[in-house]
Design a protein around this ligand. Structure first.
Ligand code: NAP
Length: 449
């Protein structure tokens, strides 16, 4: 949303003054940067400084605590704006579709991430961290984040902006073993090199890979010989170095596994996770030319009492917009929302970010993505293919929001909340101590206003 606003505002001229209103369901801004980026990755969060610069530009207004769909509708917005762009991300998770997925102790990694980051919708969740062994399914960067947070010492976590209740729960954690499970081989792992390397630098956890699973299979070797890729070679080097490491006296062990797929989560009599059945995979060359996993028929049982599926995020449908259910995105052409039947663009309606292209790429990937959408918006404006709002006056748009949500949070108010969080943090030598419910945020505002 901020990347889109930035690009739009940079197009502002005397003849074509641009004004951007950002509507956000939560009182607080930054979306995935606040609620998705891991608390121990403080540097990545520095991108909010450039978002703050966008917010301070003339022509930008922020309306927090405003739900598009209930507080205001798409029809309302169409009556006030020349264009509406949705940048709502991917708020749900993909499922594995195996038996036992709904047992107690089997969770979506996305929920755990939102919980430890203090997302108001997830604070009520409970994770039983009194267990000893945990499996994290998937080898993307989210799986790495979850494994790392589970493996960190309380002292490491205390320095971060992790939600207070999550810090307390993780302090009491009895977890000793964390397994990260990849269905394909090391060369196909979705995590990036700096992220996986960091797993080898944890204060309280050793990392290992079974030696035979760190080896390249013949097909992967051939593919790499034909199309050399230094980044993949480096990834394999990192994993093989992990495989050679000896166990030290660190209290936790993180095990990276490859070429295994969960086929069933096993439950005990109380309906709690008590194990996971895995099948060993081999790779084959698919018709599309990619290396895909297929089961060999060799099974094993992993003694775990908690499971996180971390097999990707997916978008959720938005009221009044078409939705591509299989891909979990709003159907679009370069950001122009299209009717899935006719492929005709819906005039003046756009998307950007994960709701446009799916949950791929790093935060910076959203910048060129937003640029592409803005190009379409500008071209449509030149062609006159935009909305024709009855009440385009910004004061009337503000009135609309105020009517639906008298206590909306504007940018100045957010800055007060931010300051209050930072000063709570300063007392504890942490970057900030987050408010984690809408009530708490609004109460904090009343106190400082
Ligand atoms: P991801 O990178 O797409 O990884 C998903 C993982 O799940 C892959 O290893 C995939 O394996 C596996 N998977 C999918 N279906 C599976 C199944 N049925 N059984 C077993 N494994 C399955 O997604 P993500 O980790 O959720 O991350 C989303 C995006 O955010 C990514 O672009 C990521 O890089 C980014 N991100 C970046 C950072 C960072 O920069 N620090 C942190 C967090 C997230 P296959 O490859 O075999 O399909």
């Amino acid at each position: 949303g901020f990347f889109l606003a930035e690009r739009l505002l940079s197009q502002s001229t005397a003849d074509w003054p641009v004004e951007v209103d950002m509507l956000e369901r939560l009182p607080v801004p930054y979306g995935l940067v606040r609620f998705g980026v891991a608390p121990d990755h403080e540097k990545i969060k520095a991108v909010t400084r450039s978002f703050d610069k966008v917010a301070s530009k003339p022509g930008f207004r922020y309306f927090g605590n405003v739900d598009v769909g209930s507080t205001v509708t798409l029809a309302d917005l169409s009556a006030h704006y020349h264009a509406v762009a949705f940048t709502t991300g991917a708020q749900s998770d993909r499922r594995m579709n195996i038996p036992g997925e709904d047992l107690s102790g089997s969770h979506a990694a996305t929920e755990f991430v939102a919980w430890y980051n203090g997302h108001p919708d997830f604070t009520h969740l409970e994770f039983d961290l009194s267990v000893e062994s945990v499996a994290v399914v998937g080898v993307g960067n989210v799986a790495v984040d979850v494994c790392r947070i589970l493996s960190r010492t309380p002292e490491e976590l205390e320095k971060t902006d992790i939600a207070d209740y999550a810090l307390d729960a993780l302090r009491e954690s009895r977890i000793k073993e964390v397994y990260m499970l990849g269905r394909r081989g090391p060369a196909q792992a979705a995590f990036t090199n700096p992220e996986v390397k960091e797993l080898g630098e944890l204060e309280g956890a050793d990392v290992t890979v079974p030696a035979e699973e760190a080896e390249l299979d013949e097909l992967s070797r051939k593919a790499l010989d034909e199309r050399p890729d230094r980044s993949i070679e480096k990834k394999i080097q990192i994993l093989q170095e992990f495989a050679r490491r000896e166990r030290t006296d660190k209290p936790k062990l993180l095990v990276l596994r490859f070429l295994v797929s969960p086929v069933e989560i096993i439950g005990d009599e109380q309906g709690r996770v008590s194990g996971m059945r895995l099948v060993r995979n081999e790779l084959y060359l698919s018709e599309k030319g990619t290396l895909r996993p297929r089961p060999t028929g060799v099974h094993e049982e992993l003694p775990v009492q908690m499971v996180f599926r971390s097999v990707g995020y997916r978008g959720v449908p938005l009221k009044g917009l078409p939705f591509h259910d299989r891909w979990g995105v709003v159907p679009n052409e370069k950001g122009r929302v299209v009717d899935p039947e006719t492929s005709a663009p819906l005039r003046g309606i756009y998307v950007s970010g994960w709701i446009k292209r799916g949950a791929t790429g790093i935060i910076g990937t959203n910048k060129p993505d937003a640029g592409e959408t803005v190009e379409c918006m500008v071209a449509d404006l030149s062609a006159g293919a935009i909305l024709e709002p009855e009440r385009p006056d910004p004061a009337q748009a503000e009135e609309l929001v105020r009517k639906g949500r008298p206590a909306y949070v504007d940018w100045e108010k957010w800055l007060l909340v931010c300051e209050a969080e930072e000063s709570r943090g300063a007392e504890a030598d942490r970057p900030r101590v987050k408010f984690t419910s809408v009530e708490e945020i609004l109460a904090a505002l009343q106190k400082v206003e």
